[in-house]
Design a protein around this ligand. Structure first.
Ligand code: PLP
Length: 387
């Protein structure tokens, strides 16, 4: 049987990995190695130099490709390294249509790096397919999506957006970090490229930084390989090993992340000190129906608005014991943050509030601890921080 015959729970453990032929060792070794013996000049056994290719990285790339139902996978030293590689495809004069509430680092590389090379960006409300269509120009080469978005968990119709991109002969790339391939497989819905920050759920333990690109397009994959080698933002074998260990438990971790987040979202929704809960699994969420259609479950990220001032909300996130006050997401441990003073602090207040990011907005990466301990922690932090 080939990997394709198995379900994702089985592929996450086995795809891309075979026991070592010589020793029988089950786990892919960390090939801590920069160069490779050649049998004759130019006659090598598949590897010449580890920036170009490394066997630990090869197994991870094959594993991730299998999870995303992709023909090809390429790994990078960070999520931003992967995103930069997609942008390497652009030429001066090109235009990009992007969602307005994308990851801040992606916005930074767009606005502060690629505009220097005469690439233009338009930011639109991606929940509105007409707004996406209206933003396209003759020079538009790329549509950039994230769904669910950060921090309001807005949902973009991936199939609808990809169709618009293709009608305009543009590529559709999507950052699938929040959902993971366990919950959402954008290539099946028409996207051309999927990007990941492996630092998050795929690594899963907050102990590694990495990125990946997945595609079914042979030509695109070849160019990504060329950029891996030419630009050099490739991960080391230790990082690849850690992510490979993480992907083995992705399905079981995601099931618990989703269950805990669903239960916390419902509990917060009923709480008198909470104004709005942003979780696509709630029927009241404006993107619920699209999310139910294109995702297998609703993920482990949620946000909520406390009925609180900026200072009270800051006090709340500083008062939790189980939730750790920290940026990032996707590890087994629960994290909490205040976008207004942390991840989105660089946006001027008026602009931030207009975009729906109020002073009392809290974002949580719900971990896999016992959900009653998580509830109790939020309850005691509210009691200690709010009047
Ligand atoms: N994409 C999303 C959605 C993210 O949240 C992040 C980081 O927080 C990135 C990309 C960048 O990934 P990395 O930090 O691995 O470079």
């Amino acid at each position: 049987m080939s990997d394709d015959d198995f379900r994702i729970e089985t592929r996450s453990i086995h795809a891309g990995q075979e026991p070592d032929e010589e020793t029988g060792a089950l786990m892919t070794p960390i090939h801590a190695n920069s160069t490779y013996e050649q049998d004759a000049p130019g006659d090598h056994r598949g590897y010449e130099y580890s920036r170009t290719g490394n066997p630990t990285r090869t197994d991870l790339e094959a594993n991730l490709a299998s999870l995303e139902n992709a023909e090809h996978g390429r790994c990078f030293s960070s999520g931003m390294g992967a995103i930069n590689t997609v942008l390497n495809l652009l030429e001066a004069g090109d235009h990009v249509v992007s969602g307005e509430d994308i990851y801040g680092g992606t916005r930074r590389i767009f606005d502060q790096v690629y505009t220097q090379y005469d690439v233009e960006f338009s930011y639109v409300d991606m929940t509105d397919l007409d707004a996406i269509e209206a933003a396209f120009r003759d020079e538009t080469a790329l549509l950039w999506l994230e769904t669910p978005t950060n921090p309001l968990m807005s949902i973009v119709d991936i199939a609808g957006a990809a169709e618009i991109a293709h009608d305009h002969d543009a590529l559709c790339a999507i950052d699938n970090t929040f959902a993971t391939p366990y919950l959402q497989r954008p290539l099946d819905l028409g996207a051309d490229v999927v990007t990941h920050s492996l630092t998050k759920y795929l690594g899963g333990h907050s102990d590694v930084v990495g990125g990946a690109l997945l595609t079914n397009d042979d030509e695109l994959d070849e160019r990504f390989g060329f950029y891996q080698n030419s630009v050099g933002a490739t991960p080391g074998p230790h990082e690849c090993f850690l992510v490979l260990r993480g992907t083995k438990t992705l399905p079981v971790r995601m099931d618990r992340h989703c269950d805990n987040a669903r239960e916390l979202a419902a509990w917060l929704d009923d709480h008198p000190d909470v104004d709005t809960v942003y979780y696509p699994g709630l029927e009241s969420h404006p993107g619920h129906d699209v999310a139910a259609e294109q995702m297998d479950d609703f993920g482990g990220m949620l946000s909520f608005e406390l009925d609180a001032s900026l200072d009270e909300a800051a006090e709340f996130v500083s008062s939790t014991d189980v939730f750790t006050l920290a940026e990032s997401l996707g590890g087994v441990e629960s994290l909490i943050e205040q976008p207004a003073t942390m991840t989105h602090a660089s946006i001027p207040r008026e602009e931030r509030v207009a975009a729906g990011l109020s002073d009392g907005l809290i974002r949580a990466s719900v971990g896999v601890e016992h959900v009653e301990d998580l509830k109790a922690d939020l309850r005691q932090a509210m009691e200690s921080a709010l009047e």
